[in-house]
Design a protein around this ligand. Structure first.
Ligand code: FEO
Ligand code: CA
Ligand code: CA
Ligand code: CA
Length: 598
């Protein structure tokens, strides 16, 4: 075998080889099946999925497209609540004969209904652990046109007011939801990421302040890719410049309350939110770690003012739903401890044997108080990137998902890649982002001072510098490189019950399909990366959940490769030849019903 021996506890499986197959590949002794697919019924009255006859009304009752984040919560002894988000739509592989220049109103409205969130109750077959969606009063769809509310210090700000919402307190829809998190009080968080792509005509804006803000958030050009601005003027920046400010937030939803109006939490700042993963401080305050997934953007955290209340009483629930409205927003500065000359962009380890150092959390705003010269607190929350620019935060290689270790609190950050690192006119390599034109990314460990999540200083080190182990610029925490799987472009992260880190990749630069990998972070197998599964052609591996006897992942955008259309598909997974590719959630189990990786 590639690795020999059994490896770390919970990671004893034969690693899957890199491949370009149009299927999900799992290790010998494992099997996988689809839990729910794009178009499967969620709400009463949902018709069976028929891609040739799809309507917006049908889609609004069916499972949406492209899932990134998954949360699975216990409901009762044989049912679970799945919360999935729907990041974006891939019109070319959704609609036969799609014209990007002239989409129809029906196609646009289908796309609106395919965005957002799904809450779906799953029944669990006791013996096999097989999961299937069932009808339930908690089942729910949130789309691009559902009503959400703003809460926290920027709710009601003039910066959030539009002609449709003169109060600046309600917003239609949640768009481009990427990673997320589950709070210790049982709600689900989801980050709005690349919202800029939905808006047209930013180039027609002339006011220089507005223009600078739009540009910093990637809003530029005339017609948008999907042409939504033709069908609703709120997507036309020239007509409704503040509508863009109403996207790029973290959304909190209580999946156990079907009437809960999802809340965009303004205290958590506005950027291309990748994820929001919690830790508690020793005195019970909640801390959320959050990345802004853009080349040279930043890593943030939020510390609540008040402590969480335990228990399921209505009073505790009401209190805990205020925790994300009052607190302090920080951005990270990373400092290396090796001489700058030793960080030459090659990825060669510095003479102290580690890419590592110290860091500080720089406060940006707390409640109505701004710590950023020249910006009000409302401006800090709505234009958080500009605030972080002003305080000199460290420009990172695309911070994707983050995951605190469940036992020791070390925070793991996936930095997925940065093709522009070190090129002319862009930031040079530094010890935290040590490679020029970084194609494969790295994973960082952050250790808060005194292991208190609210600390304002920390130590950090790189755990993995990703790529093909034959590439001398890679680093697998010192583990022998002839015994690891190549891994590239780490994105979503999760821990298993043994404390192993699982890494889902997006856009692997190894020339093979994306996959899911397990790696020990402690003990003698620390750094031994093993590939557990691969996803079909063009797909990204998302939302991993690692349970005792089941691994759940979302297969996002199968078949999304250059030139692919419905007529000329890049993938026909999961239905096989002659069917349309359908983004789906899958579950992997052992054929003998045993424990994963035992
Ligand atoms: Fe939606 Fe940063 O991945
Ligand atoms: Ca060092
Ligand atoms: Ca995660
Ligand atoms: Ca991603």
């Amino acid at each position: 075998s590639l690795h020999g021996g059994r490896g770390a506890r919970g990671l004893s499986f034969e690693p899957v080889a890199h491949n370009k197959l149009d299927s999900v590949v799992v290790p010998p002794g494992y099997e996988q099946d689809v839990v729910i697919r794009w178009g499967d019924p969620v709400l009463p009255g949902a018709p069976a999925f028929d891609p040739a006859k799809q309507t917006a009304a049908a889609q609004a009752k069916q499972f949406g497209f492209n899932v990134d984040y998954l949360a699975l919560l216990d409901l009762d002894h044989d049912r679970l609540v799945l919360v999935a988000n729907h990041e974006y739509t891939s019109e070319l592989v959704m609609f036969a004969g799609y014209s990007a220049a002239n989409p129809t109103r029906e196609q646009v409205e289908i796309a609106w209904a395919a965005h957002g969130l799904s809450v779906v109750v799953l029944a669990e077959e006791r013996r096999s652990g097989k999961l299937s969606p069932v009808k339930h009063r908690l089942n729910r769809r949130i789309t691009a046109t559902s009503k959400l509310e703003f809460t926290g210090p920027a709710a009601g700000s003039a910066l959030l007011k539009t002609s449709a919402d003169p109060a600046g307190r309600t917003v239609l829809g949640t768009l481009n939801n990427c990673g997320g998190g589950v709070t210790p009080w049982g709600t689900v968080l989801s980050g709005e990421e690349n919202f800029n792509q939905y808006f047209g005509n930013a180039d027609l804006v002339t006011d220089p302040t507005t223009k600078a803000r739009l540009t910093r958030y990637g809003l530029r050009g005339t017609a948008s890719e999907r042409k939504w601005e033709r069908f609703d003027k709120r997507f036309d920046v020239a007509q409704e410049p503040n509508e863009t400010n109403r996207h790029g937030w973290v959304v909190e939803i209580d999946p156990f309350d079907p009437d809960f109006v999802p809340r965009k939490r303004t205290a958590l700042g506005r950027f291309k939110h990748e994820a929001a993963e919690p830790r508690l401080t020793p005195d019970g305050r909640v801390v959320l770690y959050m990345g802004d997934d853009e080349r040279f953007d930043y890593f943030y955290k939020y510390v609540s003012k008040n402590s969480m209340r335990r228990g399921n009483s209505q009073a505790a629930r009401r209190h805990n739903l205020t925790l994300l409205d009052e607190g302090t927003l920080y951005v990270a500065k990373f400092t290396g401890d090796s001489p700058a000359a030793e960080i030459d962009g090659s990825g060669k380890l510095p003479s102290d044997g580690a890419f590592d150092g110290t860091g500080e959390w720089v406060a940006l705003a707390s409640g109505s108080k701004s710590f950023v010269p020249g910006m009000t607190a409302e401006e800090v929350y709505v234009f958080t990137r500009l605030a972080a620019d002003k305080v000199g935060a460290t420009k990172m290689d695309r911070p994707e998902d983050v995951e605190p270790h469940p036992d020791n609190g070390t925070v793991y950050i996936a930095l997925t890649n940065n093709s522009d690192r070190g090129v002319a006119g862009k930031a040079a390599p530094d010890e935290a982002n040590p490679r020029t034109r970084n194609r494969h990314g790295q994973i960082m460990e952050v250790m808060e001072s005194r292991n208190n999540a609210a600390a304002t200083s920390f130590r950090w080190r790189l755990f993995l510098v990703c790529g093909d182990p034959a590439d001398p610029s890679t680093y697998f925490a010192g583990f022998p490189k002839d015994k690891v799987s190549a891994v590239s472009c780490p994105d979503n992260l999760a821990f298993d019950r043994h404390g192993n880190l699982w890494i889902a990749t997006d856009g692997s630069a190894l020339g093979s399909n994306d996959g899911l990998f397990g790696v020990a972070v402690d003990g003698r197998y620390r750094g031994q990366v093993k590939q557990f599964l691969t996803v079909p052609v063009g797909a990204e591996t998302c939302g991993p959940i690692i349970e005792e006897r089941r691994v759940i992942v979302a297969v996002q955008h199968p078949g999304e490769i250059d030139g692919a259309t419905v007529e000329k598909p890049g993938s026909t997974w999961p239905g096989g030849p002659g069917t349309i590719a359908r983004p789906s959630v899958i579950a992997v189990r052992r054929t003998d019903c045993g424990r994963i990786g035992d």
